[in-house]
Design a binder for this molecule. Structure first.
Ligand SMILES: [Fe+2]
Length: 192
């Protein structure tokens, strides 16, 4: 529920994002809407429903998918692509990203690392490949928005250690996901 001192409302945000998806300028509009939504991340944390599941699809159609994602402490999400523009708005904790590029052999190589902190928004192009790790002190919570129907698009998982590209499905994801402490953490980077 919205209160006079807290302008965040998840239903209103979903409506704004659905409208933005209809625009020719959807990519920029989604980023702008999400930046405004998480500019005071404590408002989001105080207001958003306490979702039972870690990954919740809040809305999906052919133009846009809106997810709430909670990454428990020390979760390492394997490298993957989205095949559509992805915009990540963190409001609690942090998502530590590694961005990868595909080498000539098809295997992936680490390009850069950056941390998306509460209040930050990261936008990735349709060909981007990233892996994500939550920190060791707090679950990370974010709103993820994809400009397309994420649940049905063909996309890939990458086994970086063995240089193998896999179909993105639940079995391959469960094989690659890990929950142990990290030996090294990505560095903080400045976001635009
Ligand atoms: Fe992702």
């Amino acid at each position: 529920m919205r209160t006079p001192s807290n302008p965040f409302n998840i239903d209103q945000l979903i409506d704004e994002l659905k409208s933005a998806a209809l625009s020719a300028d959807a990519k920029a509009q989604v980023k702008s809407i999400l930046k405004r939504a998480v500019q005071a991340p404590q408002w989001v944390a105080a207001t958003i429903p306490d979702y039972a599941d870690d990954d919740v699809i809040l809305f999906e159609n052919d133009l846009i998918s809106i997810w709430h994602c909670r990454f428990p402490i020390n979760l390492s999400v394997p490298a993957h692509d989205h095949q559509m523009v992805a915009t990540i708005a963190v409001y609690q904790g942090a998502e530590q990203n590694v961005l990868w590029t595909r080498g000539d052999s098809g295997a992936i190589e680490e390009k850069t690392e950056l941390t998306v902190n509460a209040g930050d928004v990261l936008q990735l192009g349709p060909n981007a490949i990233h892996s994500v790790r939550s920190t060791d002190d707090m679950d990370s919570c974010a709103i993820h928005v994809y400009l397309g129907r994420l649940t049905t698009v063909e996309r890939s998982l990458f086994d970086a250690k063995n240089g193998v590209v896999l179909h993105f499905d639940d079995d391959n994801y469960q094989r690659l996901v890990s929950t142990g402490p990290a030996s090294a953490k990505p560095h903080d980077s400045q976001l635009e």
